[in-house]
Design a protein around this ligand. Structure first.
Ligand SMILES: Cc1cc2nc3c(=O)[nH]c(=O)nc-3n(C[C@H](O)[C@H](O)[C@H](O)COP(=O)(O)OP(=O)(O)OC[C@H]3O[C@@H](n4cnc5c(N)ncnc54)[C@H](O)[C@@H]3O)c2cc1C
Length: 381
């Protein structure tokens, strides 16, 4: 049976380890910390599982496939990871991206509903400021993943399938993996190191790593998810969920934050970042504008120029693969990317050109309009 070393036990690496171990591979999963540790990008309470990706059918299909795979992982582990609460898109009069999404979702057979703002208040939210909205596009079969729990569950499921864990900070050494004075070897090595990937391969990987604040607010019972769906304001570059698992209502700006070092960066919440989110809540969910802040998580985006992932062989060591560039929307795709990674490694499918190491042009439309000058995080100005 082939062997693989997967470096990085975030959602990407743990998904690959789980997949390959399930196919009978001899798998070693390496991480500098524990799977799901606080500074990893995968380790927030939740991540949205949406299928809409504007005109991009590839990512729609991938997200839909991932939804099936997440359900399989739940069935395998008996752990609840996915809350199918729906995702509501707030659509203004110029909602071309959402119109493209709706068309692609219908073409792909993914259920959607178009709701008048009044109906969205009746059915989805206890309160909704909708003066700027033309309609709400609901994806009833989307929702939220319990992110940290899902990452740890995937790693543990990989171990249950026979993968072994090696702790330590790894460095590339040709086609090998060096941890202090040990050199590990395998038929394949997959470096899935999230925001650390560019530092390990500075000549090959270009990532912009930015500070992103996620805020949680205390709210009455009527704001609980799954009764309240996840939501995205694409053109306003905000997103969130209701109160999932008693952690508070989540509300975040998707605008690109300041550059950030995941090891040494200051993780404190800046006053202006909180006010930026509260100003949005005042407009969109007025009863929450002055709700108590119950938690804050500082996460980091690892952005490629075009927000498409990196999944490509090393140009000098073809058995070594680089996987990352989650770009603020990668979490949900983890198991679907792992399924593809198995095909790429076994050469039953060619590498996907859009995930190559080179040839990117700036385009952030897969995420939200947060990459545009219209939406800039306060600390970044
Ligand atoms: C604020 C925010 C909101 C987001 N919202 C969504 C969303 O709603 N939906 C969605 O699908 N996605 C979302 N994402 C994106 C998603 O979270 C990421 O794409 C995904 O978690 C990236 O996972 P990863 O495995 O690549 O990286 P990570 O989770 O960072 O894992 C990398 C791992 O590699 C390890 N590592 C690094 N270097 C080394 C080394 N040298 N040796 C050993 N180990 C090493 C680290 O310790 C870490 O555990 C969001 C991201 C952020 C920041």
């Amino acid at each position: 049976m082939p062997s693989a070393i997967v470096v990085g036990a975030g959602v990407f690496g743990s998904s690959v380890a789980h997949r390959l171990a399930g196919a009978g591979w001899e798998v070693t999963l390496v991480d500098a910390e524990r799977p799901g540790h606080d500074r990893a990008t995968s380790s927030d309470e939740s991540r949205l599982m949406r299928t809409a990706h504007g005109p991009d059918a590839w990512h729609t299909r991938s997200a839909r496939r991932a939804r099936d795979l997440w359900k399989e992982i739940e069935a395998e582990t008996h752990i609840s990871l996915y809350v199918e609460a729906g995702v509501a898109w707030f659509v203004g009069p110029d909602g071309g991206w959402e119109a493209d999404s709706e068309r692609v979702l219908r073409e792909q057979g993914v259920p959607t509903e178009r709701l008048e703002p009044g109906a969205a208040v009746e059915r989805l939210f206890p309160a909704l400021g909708a003066a700027d909205l033309d309609h709400v596009l609901l994806e009833p079969e989307a929702g939220a993943l319990r992110a940290r729990r899902a990452t740890q569950t995937l790693a543990e499921a990989a171990f249950a399938r026979g993968a072994r864990f090696v702790g330590g900070r790894a460095a590339p050494d040709g086609a090998r993996v060096r941890i202090a004075d040990r050199a590990l070897e395998a038929d394949h090595v997959i470096w899935a190191c999230g925001p650390w990937l560019a530092g390990l391969f500075p000549e090959l990987v270009e990532l912009r790593v930015t500070k992103q604040d996620v805020l949680y607010f205390g709210a009455p019972k009527s704001w609980r998810t799954p009764d309240v769906p996840g939501w995205v304001d694409y053109s306003g570059a905000f997103y969130g969920t209701g109160d999932l698992d008693g952690r508070g209502v989540k509300a975040s700006s998707d605008a690109v934050g300041p550059d950030f070092d995941p090891d040494t960066g200051d993780r404190a919440l800046h006053w202006s970042a909180e006010q930026h989110v509260r100003a949005y809540l005042r407009r969109r969910f007025p009863p929450l504008a002055d709700a108590p802040l119950v938690a804050h998580r500082c996460c980091q985006y690892e952005l490629t120029a075009d927000t498409r992932f990196i999944a490509a062989p090393h140009p000098e060591h073809p058995t070594v693969w680089l996987l990352g560039g989650g770009s603020g929307h990668g979490f949900k795709h983890g198991p679907a990317l792992a399924e593809l990674m198995e095909r790429w490694l076994t050469r039953t499918a060619p590498p996907e050109p859009m995930f190559a190491l080179t040839g990117r042009t700036f385009d952030h439309s897969l995420r939200t309009a947060g990459g545009s000058p219209r939406a800039v995080a306060p600390e970044a100005t």
